[in-house]
Write a protein that binds this ligand. Structure first.
Ligand SMILES: [Cu+2]
Length: 556
């Protein structure tokens, strides 16, 4: 498997000479379906912390997100769910009513928030709560840490609902003390993800079926903020779909203003695939990843691959000799992990972008612009070594792999240290440890309030696939990652004289809550156990999570 690397590239002499294909312009009057999500930092950055009370009624309904009819989850009749905008220190009280049919439960997890002091609000079904039963209500009530801000999102943490659209954006604006001004950047939210035309349950069954040889179900389409444009003729006869052609030009993914600084907050809300994005006539510079952690970014025409659960914010700047008022946002899925060809999928989709303001004729700059900025290789903007101890107090060694075992009907299952996770009911949080079943791998970490322990997770990945692992309730620093060209590439600090991936990098260590752990290799993730609770960690590829690749840490 080859991972693409950033290559310096000179600026294109004019637009249209790069990888971009401008959309044709329709001369007829067009009705735009706005898939825009302009955020409102000016309403949150300058105010005091407050309590936001939300009332959500969850249902399901037939929609055509990309033209293909599918049952999707709706919050207050909307897909995706309403965007939450808050500031650090806000309290969120979300009254959730489960109005689904057929005794279908649900839960909501706020991805990336620390849930400090409110472990039972984390939404991890089987670990911190049972699912909210159909016909019943539940109130999520938690405060956002005063030092957390950035791009987050929420999604169901029950069964496979996330892949049927049970998600939404959650933006925490950084409080600012100066007077409100108009020089704030324009911020756009882009919830981008792969999309399946079959239901998530069907996609999981397809993956788990022994005849599928453990090949993950390949998606059919791409959505941006819940909208897409599927070419109906691409559908395969074996899987007929109820499809109505969507005029691609009727979807506008972005409104950009040539006179305003603009930031895109991008979330991979998909089930399986990573993606890279680009905007015609613009360069993108990564500013942060996950919960607002500053990165050492450089300008590039494309940024990727962003994997499920990961977020990034990007500065958008024009970088053409001349820009057109109409451009495109291009989203391209990472096809590397796909193990079979899905002819129903066009892996690259273009979405119209409108530039407002004067067309600026810029001189070509001397600035180096990379063809691709590899967001997986990103390092911290500032030296992290003063925040990190030279060694950890506790080291937890994990081995994860996907196996097809005869006694499990040759279905593919994810294991961590030989434990296949399944959600337990009632959840672990209310049970004494000796009543946890054999499907729970939950190492204990002592909570030392006066001087919280530093913990290293050495996460060995024995698979041929990379896995985007997400840790609930905690950020970690990525000290090392390694992928072996030859063998398993594992690292056991108690046995190996030195790590095969070299010394830990405490200077450039990137702080994150989701990280793409290399195939046949490992990552070393260091976190401070200052947040007592049961914190789930799992692969964010839904098919891997649903087939067992999950565990938790018990900080107590
Ligand atoms: Cu995985």
């Amino acid at each position: 498997m080859s991972r693409r690397r950033s290559q310096p590239a000179s600026l294109p002499p004019e637009i249209g000479t790069g990888d971009f294909v401008p959309q044709a312009t329709s001369s007829r009057g067009r009705k735009f379906t706005f898939t825009l999500a302009l955020l409102h930092p000016e309403e949150h950055a300058f105010r005091d912390a407050t309590t936001q009370i939300l009332h959500w009624r969850v249902t399901a309904g037939q929609r055509r997100p990309d033209g293909v009819l599918k049952r999707v989850y709706l919050i207050n009749d909307a897909f995706p769910g309403p965007t939450i905008e808050a500031r650090s220190g806000d309290r969120l009280i979300i009254h959730v009513e489960n109005a689904l049919d057929d005794d279908e439960g649900l839960s909501i997890h706020a991805h990336g928030l620390s849930m400090r002091g409110t472990n039972d609000m984390d939404g991890a079904v089987g670990i911190t709560q049972d699912s909210i039963l159909a016909g019943s209500t539940f109130t999520y009530n938690f405060a956002i840490d005063s030092n957390q801000h950035g791009t987050f999102w929420y999604h169901s943490h029950f069964a496979e609902q996330r892949a049927d659209g049970f998600y939404g954006g959650l933006i925490v604006h950084q409080p600012r003390s100066e007077a409100p001004s108009t020089d704030l950047a324009l911020e756009h939210l882009l919830l981008v993800g792969d999309w399946y035309h079959r239901t998530a349950v069907e996609a999981l069954v397809h993956y788990m079926h022994p005849g599928a040889f453990g090949l993950e179900t390949v998606p059919d389409s791409i959505l941006v903020n819940g909208r897409g444009a599927y070419r109906c003729s691409d559908a395969v006869p074996a899987r007929p779909v109820d499809c109505q052609t969507v005029d691609t030009m009727s979807i506008r993914a972005l409104d950009l203003d040539t006179a305003r600084k603009t930031v895109l907050r991008v979330v991979n809300v998909g089930a399986y695939a990573g993606f890279e994005i680009s905007v015609l006539g613009a360069v993108l510079t990564p500013l942060t990843v996950d919960g607002g952690h500053d990165v050492k970014g450089s300008a590039a025409k494309k940024v990727g691959f962003l994997h499920p659960g990961e977020r990034m914010s990007l500065l958008v700047e024009q970088n053409s000799v001349a820009i057109h008022h109409e451009a495109t946002l291009v989203v391209t899925l990472d096809e590397d992990p796909f193990k079979y060809e899905n002819s129903a999928l066009t892996p690259s989709h273009s979405f119209p972008v409108q530039w407002h303001g004067d067309v600026i004729h810029q001189p070509e700059t001397e600035r180096a612009v990379y063809e691709l900025f590899d967001i997986q290789d990103v390092t911290a903007a500032h030296d992290q070594s003063e925040k990190l101890p030279s060694t950890a107090d506790q080291t937890i060694i994990l081995y994860t792999t996907t196996q097809k075992l005869a006694h499990l009907d040759n279905e593919p299952h994810g294991f961590i240290n030989n434990t296949l996770w399944t959600p337990q009911s009632p959840p672990l949080i209310g049970l004494p440890r000796d009543e946890w079943n054999k499907h729970q791998l939950v190492p204990e970490i002592t909570y030392n309030e006066a001087s919280p322990l530093w913990v290293d997770i050495v996460l060995n990945n024995l698979d041929e696939d990379w896995h985007p692992f997400h840790l609930h309730g905690n950020d970690f620093w990525v000290l090392s990652k390694y992928s072996s060209p030859l063998n398993w590439g594992s690292y056991n600090p108690y046995e190996d004289a030195s790590p095969p991936g070299g010394r830990y990098d405490l200077v450039g260590a990137m702080k994150r809550d989701t990280f793409y752990v290399p195939r046949r290799g490992y990552a070393v993730l260091r976190f401070r156990a200052d947040n007592p609770g049961l914190w789930m960690m799992h692969c964010h590829v839904l098919w891997h999570q649903a087939s067992g690749m999950a565990m938790a840490f018990d900080v107590r």
